[in-house]
Design a protein around this ligand. Structure first.
Ligand code: ZN
Length: 245
C-alpha cells in the first residue's frame, strides 16, 4: 500500500498546563495525543500525526488540514483559546469532506458546538466511578469487533440530557455507577463530512490505554475517512442544461 492510500489522521490536543500536572503525566507522560497517535499508528491503514494548541497557527494550519483526512479533537480547559478563525477552518473542512472525532470534553469546544448547532450541555461528576458502555448499534462499522458491553473501571461521569441534535446513529450508550446514563457514542453527517463524538477519556484516567476504547477509535477513524473531498463550497450561478423557452 502506498502512502497515499493511508488514512491521514491529525490528533489535536490543547495540551496546556493542566495536562502537564503529575495527575495526568503519570497516566500520559507525553500527553494523551501521543498515546492516541501511538495506537493508531499500529494500524497498517493509518498514519497519525499530532498537533497542539501552542503550535504555529494553533496546530491547524491550512497545510496541516490539507494533509488531514480525519481530525481527532481533545480539549477541555482552553476551549476559549482556540481562535474563531481556527474553529471555522476546521468546520469548513468537515463540510468539504474531512472526518472529525470529538473525544470526551470536546463537547464544549467551538468546532463541536458550531458544527452541531448545539449547546453540548450535559451533567458531570468526577468520582472515578465505574462505567459500562453498551453497544447500541452492533451493526455499525464503529462497533465492529466491540462486545455487547464493556467496563471502564474509572471514568468521569457525563450524564443526560445531552445537548445535541438527534444523532444519525447512537452507537454507544453508557451507564455509570452513580445512576446516570449517557449517549456516549453518536454520529452525525455534516454535508460531505462525518462526525463522531465519543465520551470516554478523562485525562487522569488511563482510558486511552484501554484495548476496547482503542478499537472504537480505530474503527471511528476508518468510518470517518472522507468518501469525497471537495474544494471551497460556493454557490455558482449556472446555465440551464436544456433549452429554456
Ligand atoms: Zn474530563
Amino acid at each position: 500500500m502506498s502512502n497515499d492510500n493511508l488514512i491521514k489522521v491529525t490528533v489535536w490536543n490543547e495540551y496546556g498546563d493542566a495536562q502537564k500536572a503529575p495527575a495526568v503525566t503519570r497516566v500520559y507522560p507525553q500527553g494523551l495525543h501521543e498515546t492516541i497517535a501511538g495506537f493508531l499508528n499500529k494500524d497498517p491503514e493509518i498514519e497519525a500525526q499530532t498537533a497542539v494548541l501552542e503550535d504555529r497557527e494553533q496546530g491547524l494550519s491550512e497545510a496541516v488540514l490539507d494533509n488531514t483526512d480525519v481530525l481527532i479533537w481533545w480539549g477541555h480547559v482552553y476551549h476559549d483559546k482556540v481562535e474563531d478563525k481556527t474553529a471555522q477552518q476546521v468546520i469548513d473542512r468537515v463540510h468539504r469532506g474531512m472526518g472529525i472525532i470529538f473525544l470526551h470534553s470536546a463537547h464544549k469546544s467551538k468546532p463541536f458546538m458550531s458544527l452541531l448547532g448545539a449547546s453540548g450541555r450535559l451533567c458531570w461528576r468526577e468520582a472515578n466511578e465505574k462505567t459500562r458502555v453498551w453497544t447500541a448499534a452492533p451493526g455499525h462499522p464503529i462497533a465492529a469487533g466491540i462486545p455487547e458491553n464493556f467496563v471502564i473501571d474509572h471514568e468521569e461521569m457525563y450524564g443526560e440530557p445531552f445537548g445535541i441534535p438527534q444523532p444519525q446513529c447512537t452507537v454507544f450508550i453508557s451507564w455509570f455507577q452513580g445512576g446516570n446514563v449517557f449517549r456516549s457514542g453518536v454520529t452525525f453527517q455534516k454535508e460531505y463530512g462525518r462526525a463522531f463524538y465519543f465520551q470516554p477519556g478523562h485525562e487522569t484516567n488511563p482510558t486511552y490505554h484501554h484495548e476496547i476504547v482503542q478499537r472504537v477509535i480505530v474503527n471511528a477513524v476508518k468510518w470517518a475517512k472522507p468518501v469525497i473531498k471537495v474544494g471551497p463550497l460556493n454557490c455558482p450561478n449556472v446555465q440551464s442544461l436544456e433549452k429554456l423557452e
